[in-house]
Ligand binder design. Structure first.
Ligand code: FAD
Length: 578
């Protein structure tokens, strides 16, 4: 008989390793994780806290490309995702910012009772092990409020020891203040507006400062547990019990295990006596479901896959977020960490706010129709409009932040701002293109498929330009490097901005929503217990269940969702958790 475990976890990434740790804490429960990547704790591109982006295009990066994006001059965009014990947490930017409380509250409005900010907050704290900033770090702009942090979790959060109170600190902070964006006393308190230095997922191990990825936090300390196994392999599909037909009304499919390709390229099987948990990330989890017969029958038919559960939301709802950058030269020392500034629509549009608000409200049905068409009918215009209305209320009634600027002063006199819309309306998709090419997802983020995203990106781009070229910091700026001033002069028109974006934008590395936790009729894939609709014992726990864009960075939420997911699974496990 094939080897078996109580819980099979597909993907040893950020969420997968939280689950592996928590579910195997009881020695009488067996857990096996199947992960294509390996142990990267000695890879300097992973452990180094100043090595962000060095792991790109190396073997630990899946390095996906999207389909050509019509609103980005038909360019195919790159999407980095981690392939290692720890998944994308081994290659990410390490920023730890949760987002606005209101945005999480909307999860409940989408049909997820018990998933408001209030419910998730204890899990943010449970995951976190916060290091209080030193006096030097405080002088450089770090601040926090005690009640918002956890101090005994497995994920170290803090600031780099390279942080100094240099010339950059008063200038960057003062320029934001002059622009009406005050200091945010704690970016993790549920209201992100203003600027603050972003904490990072880093800590000390053997007196060295290291990246605190999911493997370091949740797996290395317990890798010796006899009831926990890590197997190298790539899961192709979930296998169903013969009697689990799922045809009769109310009958649920029961998973009995998975089929995977092992490290040597040989197809193997493994049995699950309780549950199969899909944690392959925002790009790959929907693919595993599709290969297992769960998804949109029109897509499955084309792939020659028999539909077991008709669930057209699988792979849809993918967040369509773009990122933009402005780089200048200047005479400043390095800031060794980043300032994050969040702005609301009221900040961006001032006197024109009502105009933008009305135009947005009127456009919601159009965008919903366009994106329903893009999904080829998988999502209904009505379902999308309901989501969009909630998002509209967040932006225009609750004044939640809509955009973020990340300001850094890098070694060698490089000044830069990354900026993007945090609550874009664009939604795309990710699907299996070929049953034999499970490593080649068809990714279409549909960047800029709503005008709102373009309007806000232009407005935040102008804020960035004003910050560097007209602010208090200006005397230290010696030149504009990217984009060239010819491409983007100081008084650039909307058309010039748009041309620049189309030519230069990248896809944000935050795929989410592709197996959304929502009511089924809205295009949801999992219920509030993270169980895939139509199944008895298959869950999805990772970034793909996050139903709405968040006004923060993803990993804090992925850790919290996984911590909560582990508790839910223990409570509601198929066959009972001992
Ligand atoms: C370049 C970059 C920068 C980022 N910066 C930040 C940041 O600064 N702050 C922040 O909060 N967030 C950041 N993020 C986002 C954040 O890191 C991710 O959202 C989060 O780590 C996702 O966790 P996950 O568990 O959903 O997926 P992952 O961590 O990606 O885990 C999925 C795992 O599944 C494995 N897998 C895939 N397919 C299969 C299969 N078929 N079978 C078995 N296993 C499979 C993968 O190899 C991977 O290990 C960044 C992301 C990127 C790419």
């Amino acid at each position: 008989a094939p080897p078996a475990a109580d819980y099979l976890i597909i993907g040893g990434g950020t969420a997968g390793l939280v689950l592996a740790n928590r579910l195997s804490s009881n020695p009488s429960v067996t857990v096996t994780v199947i992960e294509p990547g390996g142990d990267e704790r000695r890879n300097p591109n992973v452990s180094g806290t100043d090595k962000f982006s060095q792991a790109f295009n190396t073997p630990i990066d899946w390095n996906y490309t999207t389909v050509p994006q019509p609103r980005a001059n038909n360019r195919s965009l790159t999407l980095h995702q981690g392939k290692a014990w720890g998944g994308t947490s081994t290659i990410n930017g390490m920023t730890y910012i949760r987002g606005d409380a209101r945005v999480f509250d909307v999860w409940e409005g989408l049909g997820n009772l018990g998933w408001s900010w209030k419910d998730l907050f204890p899990y943010f704290l449970k995951a976190e092990n916060y290091t209080i900033p030193t006096a030097t770090q405080v002088a450089a702009g770090t601040t926090y409020r005690q009640g918002n942090h956890g101090f005994s979790g497995l994920l170290r959060v803090g600031y780099t020891s390279a942080l100094r109170n240099g010339s950059f600190a008063p200038l960057i902070m003062g320029t934001w203040e002059d622009m009406g964006l005050g200091k945010n006393g704690d970016l993790n308190a549920g209201d992100v507006r203003g600027y603050g230095m972003g904490p990072q997922t880093l800590g000390r191990a053997d007196s060295e400062e290291v990246r605190w990825d999911a493997a370091r936090g949740y797996y290395h300390p317990i890798e010796g547990r006899e009831n926990l196994k890590m197997v190298r392999g790539t899961v192709r599909r979930v296998l169903w019990r013969e009697d689990g037909g799922g045809s009769g009304k109310g009958r649920l499919l029961v998973a009995k295990g998975v089929e995977f390709v092992n490290g040597e390229g040989v197809v193997e099987r493994m049995e699950a006596t309780r549950e199969v948990i899909v944690s392959a990330g925002g790009v790959r989890s929907p693919l595993v479901l599709e290969a297992s017969g769960i998804g949109n029958p029109r897509i499955l038919d084309l792939l020659g896959i028999e539909t077991r559960v008709n669930l057209p939301g699988v792979g849809e709802n993918l967040g369509g977020q773009s990122v933009h950058i402005m780089v200048l030269s200047g005479e400043m020392e390095s800031s060794a960490s980043a300032y994050h500034t969040y702005v609301t629509a009221a900040d961006l549009f001032g006197d024109s706010l009502d105009k933008v608000k009305n135009a947005t409200r009127k456009s919601l049905p159009d965008w919903a129709r366009t994106m329903a068409d893009v999904s080829k009918g998988a999502l209904s215009a009505q379902a999308l409009e309901e989501q969009f209305r909630l998002q509209y209320e967040l932006i225009f009634q609750h004044n939640v932040s809509v955009a973020e600027v990340i300001t850094v002063s890098a070694p060698g006199g490089i000044l830069a701002s990354n900026y993007y819309v945090v609550l874009p309306f664009s939604r795309g998709s990710v699907h299996l293109g070929d049953l034999d090419k499970i490593d080649r997802p068809v990714i279409d983020p549909s960047i800029f498929s709503s005008d709102f995203d373009i309007t806000v990106t232009t407005a935040i781009g102008r804020v960035v330009q004003k910050f560097w070229l007209s602010g208090r910091i200006r005397p230290l700026v010696t030149g504009q490097l990217t984009p060239d001033v010819g491409v983007l002069p100081e008084n650039a028109t909307d058309a010039q901005w748009l041309a620049h974006f189309r030519q230069s934008l990248d896809m944000a590395a935050h795929p989410r929503g592709s197996a959304a936790m929502m009511r089924r009729e809205l295009g949801g894939v999992v219920d509030p217990e993270l169980r895939v609709y139509g199944t008895a014992n298959v869950r999805v726990v990772d970034a793909s269940v996050i139903p709405m864009p968040i006004s923060g960075h993803m990993s804090a939420t992925v850790y919290a969702v996984a911590e909560r997911g582990a508790d839910i699974i223990k409570r509601t496990s198929y066959g009972g958790h001992p």
